[in-house]
Ligand binder design. Structure first.
Ligand SMILES: [Zn+2]
Length: 511
């Protein structure tokens, strides 16, 4: 009999300070059920974030198997999930899983930094429901985002958790494939030994790139130890804006049955991170300084073009994707030949579509927005282009993927600044988010992106590291953690409580 493997997915990164994510938002962003999950994963232009793509590929290549696809949804990053919807989704999984028994394995594509409006550990809840149905002997493997906030329950209820290794995230499919290869080992009877360490470190999100700094070093060191008894090393940076007790960095080491090997490596990596915590610091420019730097780039064509990341309003961290502080400053300072990508503003996009190509009108940004950091702004606008916003990513995080922005519009404001407006809230991942409208990124003197870091993988062949600046603007995902009104974190935690002392706990094994 070919092994029957259930596939299911639920992904959300919850910013506790953002509006609640309801069923409508999940259905708008990504929702697949049953066979269409596998059809999509095996297609050339998939919508899947990548986990199922890699998992199915690895399973297909390594022998016969029977996928049992149940349901998959993701809302990217948003607020807490509305509890009633999450409970219904879990019941749906429960019913379909029971009906699908007997199963030989389960693969779950998860994020790991979700919070519910009631349940503060929805992934732990989901994993426990799965485990209760399939029993202790059926392997349960899940992939997690690098920003996962891991609970002990999540580790207990699964055989193996595999986190992304790259930030910007470009290895979703590779980690899915790793899950597929590991599933074959588990099906062959190898048992896992797991070690888990939670660290009281809350690094700002901009300090978690995987190719540099203490975080990159910990990931790289972990990867040099994979092989032999070590099956997987996952070092997760955490997502601080969850604002709940499971925030904080995590190390999970999973060994092929060798508990002592798992424990020793988890301890070593956790100790390294703690020793290096002082290096997790953001370097941000003020809006005034950023405006001056962009002005210089516009005035002198010999100077390299600049990319400014509006990191605090990153929709990928639950930001609203529409703050206007940088735009306002650029308009006032007379900056030209710069594009802003992408501002989420469905009413303005609808108006641009209604008025049509070439129309001139007074654009009112954020006319229906309620978050105080997303200020209204009025400017004379010309409609340069409109589209349905269905794109295929060019490279990096959404490279090759089919992606929906909802209806979009390119408006030129005050005759000199270009802004791409979209209808489905997303961060700026990819040049296609501008170029599908005819705006040429290489011709610009500068670009301002609403993104914390994933843009780096989509623009890296145009903007070098030296051309990228991070700006300290307003927004729900500010890297300046002392400005946030935290209520739910486990305290004390570094760097909010700089005198925090810590040592690796005696017990790190999880059974
Ligand atoms: Zn992430």
């Amino acid at each position: 009999m070919d092994p029957r493997i259930a596939l299911l997915g639920f992904m959300l990164e919850s910013n506790a300070f953002s509006p609640v994510a309801d069923e409508a938002e999940f259905r708008q962003k990504h929702w697949l059920e049953g066979e269409e999950i596998v059809q999509d994963a095996r297609s050339a232009r998939q919508r899947d974030p990548g986990g199922f793509v890699g998992f199915c590929r690895a399973m297909d290549e390594s022998g016969p198997w029977q996928p049992v696809p149940l349901a998959m949804t993701t809302a990217g990053a948003s607020g807490p999930v509305e509890q009633g919807f999450f409970d219904r989704f879990v019941r749906l999984i429960e019913e379909r899983l029971r009906a699908a028994m007997p199963l030989d394995g389960v693969y779950i594509q998860a994020h790991g930094a979700c919070r519910g409006t009631v349940d503060l550990d929805p992934e732990g809840t989901l994993f426990a429901v799965v485990r209760a149905i399939v029993g202790p002997k059926v392997p349960v493997v899940a992939t997690l985002d690098l920003h996962a906030n891991v609970s002990r329950k999540m580790v207990e209820e699964t055989d193996l958790l595999i986190a992304y290794l790259t930030n910007p995230h470009t290895d979703h499919a590779d980690r899915g494939a790793e899950a597929g290869r590991a599933m074959r080992e588990l099906l062959a009877g190898i048992g896992t030994a797991k070690a888990f360490v939670k660290l009281p470190i809350l690094p700002p999100q901009v300090a978690l790139l995987s190719d540099r700094g203490p975080y990159g070093e910990a990931i790289a060191k972990g990867q040099t130890r994979v092989g032999g008894p070590i099956l997987n090393v996952s070092v997760m940076g955490n997502f601080s804006f969850g604002d709940y007790p499971k925030c904080g960095m995590s190390v999970i080491v999973t060994a092929r049955g060798d508990q002592a090997a798992a424990d020793a490596l988890a301890r070593e990596l956790a100790q390294d991170l703690w020793n290096e915590r002082h290096r997790f610091t953001p370097k941000l420019l003020s809006i005034e300084e950023a405006t001056r730097r962009m002005r210089e780039a516009c005035d002198d064509p010999e100077k390299p073009a600049l990319l400014l990341a509006d990191v605090a309003d990153n929709p990928g961290g639950g930001g609203r994707g529409n703050t206007t502080a940088v735009l306002k400053s650029f308009l006032e300072a007379g900056v030209t030949d710069v594009a802003f990508a992408v501002h989420t503003d469905p009413p303005l996009v609808a108006e641009a579509h209604r008025r049509g190509l070439g129309a001139h009108f007074t654009a009112v940004l954020n006319r229906e927005e309620r978050d105080p950091s997303s200020e209204r702004l009025s400017a004379e606008a010309e409609v340069r282009a409109v589209s349905d916003g269905e794109i295929v990513g060019r490279r990096g995080t959404i490279g090759g993927r089919h992606f929906s922005l909802g209806p979009t519009a390119w408006l030129r404001l005050e005759g000199r600044l270009d802004v791409v407006f979209i209808s489905i809230r997303h961060q700026c991942f990819d040049t296609e988010m501008l170029e599908h409208l005819g705006l040429k990124v290489r011709d610009l003197r500068g670009i301002v992106v609403k993104s914390r870091g994933h843009f780096r993988a989509g623009f890296d062949d145009i903007f070098s590291d030296a051309q990228i600046l991070e700006v300290d603007g307003p927004g729900l995902a500010t890297p300046v953690l002392t400005r946030v009104k935290w209520t739910g974190l486990m305290r004390p935690i570094w760097p909010l409580d700089p005198d925090r002392t810590w040592r690796v706990p005696d017990e790190v094994a999880v059974s």
